[in-house]
Write a protein that binds this ligand. Sequence first.
Ligand SMILES: Cc1cc2nc3c(=O)[nH]c(=O)nc-3n(C[C@H](O)[C@H](O)[C@H](O)COP(=O)(O)OP(=O)(O)OC[C@H]3O[C@@H](n4cnc5c(N)ncnc54)[C@H](O)[C@@H]3O)c2cc1C
Length: 466
Amino acid sequence: MPKRLVIVGAGISGLAAARGAAEHAAAVPGGLEIVVLERDPRAGGKAATLAEQGYLVETGPTGYLDNDDGMDELVALAGMRAEKLPANAAAARRFLVRGGAVREIFAHPLKFAASGIMSLPGMLRMAAEPLVPARRDGADESVWSFAARRVGRQAADRLIAPMMLGIFAGDAKKLSLPAAFPRLRALEEEHGGLVRGMLARRKAKGAGTPAGPSGVLTSFGGGLQTLPERLAATPGVTVRTGVAVRAVVPRAGGGWTVTTEGGEALPADAVIVAAEPWAAALALRETAPGVARQLDAIPCPPVAVVALGYGAEGLARIPRGFGVLIPRGEGYRILGVLWDTHLFAGRSPDGRLLVRAMLGGGVDPAIGDLDEDAIGAIARAEVARLFGLSEAPVYERTTLWRRAIPQYELGHLARLAEIDRGLAAHPGLFLAGNGYLGVSFAKAGGTGLARGREAARFLGAAPQGA
Ligand SMILES: Cc1cc2nc3c(=O)[nH]c(=O)nc-3n(C[C@H](O)[C@H](O)[C@H](O)COP(=O)(O)OP(=O)(O)OC[C@H]3O[C@@H](n4cnc5c(N)ncnc54)[C@H](O)[C@@H]3O)c2cc1C
């Protein structure tokens, strides 16, 4: 009898897990059957690309940074290395709203000083970062408090907090630094500070290496969704869409039963729950109530993405670049706007500009109380005000993700430790996904791949039926 691995959720993490398990299937005595169950009618989860009216619209993630080894391996295993689409050079230009004006964030110190983003005392405080004593007590700390301590309150408010809107759609005062940015914590603990740490790492890696995190924003010609689509076609993997898992419960004599909302009861020798933390909590509430409580406490606020297509006026008035972030307190509800036409080739018809505004997240969960029409109207009006546009968009598409990006809030690592302790009592039950140790598409893919291999190794080592 072949063993069966059931994976709950066909987002990038679940499909990567299936790919990782398939690699080791031959080593499992009797063989390995891999079944992925997905609640939605399509595979891909948050990676969802829409092609309509000549636009290629990412309704979820825009791309991934190509500096993650696990993700790099996954792309190679999917046979998609040659299809990687790096962002245009224009994507290096990033913008920020300060005092109502859209300002470029220059890397050059003199240009940055002249940009009006920071005051002179604020910049001097930033420059004093190497002199700030290191904190090495290992305590949890918010991203904002870490930044305020190391580079000053002004930089924390004007630069770091808006960056958190861009990455987590999150509140810098709630996000946990060691959970969300472990590398920054390590720079301080190992080298005494950020500048010292980055210089030390550059020295260790060799001259010419960038001091900060490298990596190029990357997608594929057909959009990000093409990667999960390709993974779903992995030989030896069956993906069943439109099948919602209700519960994962232990089977008498070992292994698991996966029950579905449709009334099916699927026996499994191992299970990877690659659903969002809140959804994993529902599936595990009978089997591991303590684990489920911790999973349910990881907030996943709503995020809306409003894609807008403009004509000549938009092309003329919106600068070329990656996009703009909007700090809270500037009088806008939109968190930022990405300029897709400038980011990747083939995103809009000739003579049109595709942009996407983001709303909601940890700083504005009430966005989930509005319908898509109302959200679209807010984005339309605010993008017009920001760039002084008088022409209405010629294309519009709003997507509301009711539970979007997991927030790694203070206490997240302690919560993960509790979850690990709880799962230790349930051999053959694994978690994967972006709710735990990396919120990005790349981390979800890379860690999913590792989790699939781990599950296959578990099945190879475990006696039949265990
Ligand atoms: C608007 C937005 C923009 C983003 N932008 C970026 C970006 O630019 N770059 C980046 O790196 N990351 C970005 N992210 C994050 C990125 O999308 C995620 O890291 C990644 O897609 C998560 O993949 P996953 O497989 O862990 O989860 P998901 O994609 O959420 O997949 C989970 C799957 O489980 C399924 N499921 C849940 N419950 C059940 C059940 N009971 N039974 C069966 N199936 C179930 C769901 O339907 C879903 O398909 C963004 C996210 C959002 C929402």
